[in-house]
Design a protein around this ligand. Structure first.
Ligand SMILES: [Zn+2]
Length: 750
């Protein structure tokens, strides 16, 4: 039992350290010294800008624009509004999109001493998604940019110009950033971009993405960050993810920069619940503190950071950043290897090292990974929540409880692995050495192939190797124990931060199994059981039972509360050509939607409606007249085909899916070139906030058939339709809801 008590003490201390490291700082009041960043001052701007949803092109978006003009004018930034019709084509999730909107970027400049120097840009987007006030995403970024430029100004004129670029239409396909970097003459003067984002309602602002060749920029970040949250792992992983922010546009143009975002309180991401009241004020303070430091340094530097190869780096519990060049990873690996070998040598001298145990220890690597992956996956499935942005919301509503269930699963898998390994004549020192020696293989493989992420294995291995070198010969000195415990607590807390990030950022339950294995490297001697069979398997069984019970509790009880309501997206879908209509819910349907969907004794079925993408739950309804879009096709004498799509007045979004069986050349959108999908593939054209719609022109290579499907969103439920019942406090309208959608389809010869 002695080891288990020590293990519990180490885990408790590590949790306390983890908690302190991941907590956001206290927000500073509005009367904080003017040189500093104050969340209190930023909150005044956030409160003014985020009372309601303000998607691109909405009246609320225009109010935020006017507010920004007034604020930037007061700050002496001489703001200009860049009005532009912006569109972009991109592939996402295996589909081709072409998105467009009329955007209005608000851009101000804090003049520096030398206008010839390349400028620093502080970028954030002011538009929200429909339905969300966006107090976090991205009004926080906008307000932080204002407060940061104010603080820089207070400290005296900077060396270079600081451009504050508040973009529009980010949520509709990065359209404002596309317009700024594509069409604005100021963009040619940009030397460095700092983007401020939010993918949740709280937590520390992580610096998670950089431009290419970030070495010198990371050095600067490391010098200036107050409580850094950043690793070269996230820079590496973000390159592989399809996620985009405005920074994507800057990065694609080869610009250097840093991208900051907080990702805690994910329930509030793109949600109506992302209100000023729900926002983590400490997250605002952390975002401001971290960005102000590096922005001020960049604004005053005679030269911007040079392009040097990517650094290997990570913060150490928010206290400091450890960074070194990729080749330095070989030295770190050599240190880890040396310590592991020293531990093995000492164990051998003590007569504790047997070949059979070494082999067993190496095999434990696979045992831990497989057991942990199995148990974590089982726990995730037992919660009953599905996978995907909407389906996982029941878990996001009670994320800490879910995280505890997953952490207990991981711990249970670790204890069970040690209990299984401890059978027969196994001796701890040999098995542990085998586990550590085996870890050198993936560590070296990572160093050789992806050196910027090798630290994830090498650093915990250095800690575990040190622990092994200190204790593997069975030394029991008090000082040795104290040093060992300290190393373990720090390593465990550091891996806990990584686990927390993984859990927030990636709903893939097998992936944290790797963290369980890394935790096992150091915790192994404490997880090693003593005594008879019951003592061996008792603790792991208890911990796993706790994890599974918590997961089942999450499945059996409702997650929805007035603070964390269930999403409903009631749509009245009309197809005038077919003379049909449906009542539908685009998400779920949840408890409330099922009451009105099924109120006529008809079971809602998942139906594919034109222009609405995947099938949605719908029941037939009486047809109510609603104005639809005007969609016409014309052909000029020289063979050019023109498709005009104009939404009805008051429509917020017009979506036209286009499919053609012949190649379309020279495609242009409103006169500007943009790509359409290849023959045999759909292009999803999504147009927002353009009353006149869009004109698509192209030249078909040969005769063919053009299939169009459209859906046009009008806000509100039609007056002539059966009204929706009142909504309980535990349900909220999501995205466009309630809305009237006019759909249609047509196939034309071209
Ligand atoms: Zn955003």
């Amino acid at each position: 039992m002695y080891r288990l008590t020590t293990l519990a003490a180490v885990l408790a201390a590590a949790f306390a350290l983890f908690f302190a490291a991941t907590a956001t700082p206290p927000p500073r009041p509005a009367n904080a010294p003017p040189r500093d960043f104050s969340a209190g001052r930023a909150m005044a701007d956030i409160t003014a800008m985020a009372p309601a949803p303000h998607p691109v092109g909405s009246a609320a978006d225009a109010r935020v624009r006017d507010y920004l003009i007034a604020r930037m004018t007061a700050l002496g930034l001489a703001p200009q509004v860049q009005r532009d019709e912006s569109h972009r084509s991109e592939a996402f999730g295996g589909a081709d999109y072409l998105e467009g909107a009329e955007v209005e970027n608000v851009i101000g400049v804090l003049p520096g001493r030398d206008h010839a120097l390349p400028a620093l840009v502080l970028m954030a987007h002011r538009d929200s998604v429909p339905g969300s006030p966006g107090a976090a995403d991205d009004v926080t970024g906008v307000a932080c940019a204002l407060e940061i430029v104010r603080a820089i100004e207070t400290r005296g004129p900077p060396q270079r110009d600081v451009i504050v670029a508040i973009t529009d239409g980010e949520e509709s396909g990065l359209l404002g950033a596309n317009a700024f970097f594509g069409d604005n003459p100021l963009a040619a003067r940009v030397g460095f971009v700092i983007n401020l984002e939010a993918r949740g309602g709280g937590g520390r602002a992580a610096m998670f993405e950089t431009g290419a060749d970030n070495g010198a920029a990371i050095d600067l970040f490391a010098r200036t960050a107050m409580r850094p949250a950043s690793t070269s792992l996230s820079v590496f992983v973000y390159k592989l993810l399809p996620n985009d922010t405005d920074f994507t546009i800057a990065k694609a143009r080869g610009l250097a920069g840093l991208n900051f975002a907080f990702i805690g309180r994910q329930f509030d991401y793109h949600s109506p619940s992302s209100t000023v009241a729900a926002l983590d004020k400490g997250a605002v303070q952390h975002m401001g503190d971290e960005v102000l430091g590096v922005a001020d340094a960049l604004a005053r530097a005679p030269q911007l950071p040079a392009r040097t190869p990517d650094k290997v780096y990570a913060d150490l519990l928010g206290l400091t950043v450890i960074a070194y060049p990729a080749w330095g990873g070989w030295i770190a690996l050599a240190i880890a290897g040396g310590l592991v070998l020293l531990g093995a040598w000492r164990a051998r001298r003590a007569g504790e090292l047997r070949a059979v145990d070494l082999v067993k220890g190496a095999a434990c690597t696979l045992l831990i990974l497989m057991l942990a992956a199995a148990v974590l996956t089982a726990t995730r499935y037992l919660t009953g929540a599905g996978f995907g942005f909407m389906a996982q919301r029941p878990l996001l509503a009670r994320f800490p409880a879910f995280e505890i269930a997953m952490a207990l699963s991981g711990l249970g898998a670790l204890l069970l692995s040690a209990a299984l390994a401890a059978g027969g004549q196994s001796r701890l020192a040999g098995v542990w050495c085998g586990l550590l020696l085996a870890a050198l293989v993936p560590a070296a493989a990572l160093q050789a192939t992806a050196p910027t992420i090798a630290f994830v294995v090498v650093w915990p291995l250095i800690a575990a190797g040190l622990l092994s070198a200190l204790t593997a010969d069975g030394a029991r000195g008090g000082a040795v124990w104290a040093a060992g415990a300290l190393i373990l607590v720090i390593a465990t807390a550091w891996l806990g931060v990584l686990l927390h990030l993984l859990m927030e950022g990636l709903d893939a339950p097998q992936v944290p199994a790797a963290i369980v294995w890394l935790l096992a490297l150091g915790l192994w001697p404490l997880a090693w059981p003593s005594g008879d069979r019951a003592q061996r398997f008792g603790p792991p069984v208890l911990v796993l039972a706790g994890a599974l019970t918590l997961a089942i509790f999450l499945k059996m009880t409702s997650p929805w509360t007035p603070d964390r309501p269930e999403a409903a997206e009631p749509l009245y879908v009309v197809n005038p050509d077919a003379g049909r209509a449906w009542r539908a819910d685009q998400v779920g349907p949840g408890a409330w939607s099922r009451t009105w969907l099924g109120d006529r004794g008809v079971r809602p079925r998942a139906i594919r409606l034109p222009g609405l993408g995947r099938p949605i739950a719908a029941v037939p309804a009486p047809l109510v007249a609603a104005p639809g879009p005007s969609i016409t096709l014309a052909r000029t004498a020289d063979g050019e085909v023109t498709l005009r799509a104009q939404p009805a007045g008051g429509a917020t979004i017009l979506r036209v899916d286009i499919f053609c069986d012949t190649l379309l050349m020279d495609s242009r959108v409103n006169g500007r070139p943009d790509a359409l999908a290849a023959p045999g593939q759909w292009t999803h054209v999504v147009w927002q906030a353009v009353p006149e719609g869009f004109v698509l022109s192209f030249r078909p290579v040969g005769p063919g058939k053009l299939t169009l499907r459209w859906a046009q969103y009008l806000p509100g439920w039609p007056a002539g339709a059966t009204p929706l019942p009142s909504m309980p406090k535990t349900t909220m309208d999501w995205d466009q809801a309630p809305a009237t959608v006019v759909t249609g389809s047509r196939t034309l010869g071209i």
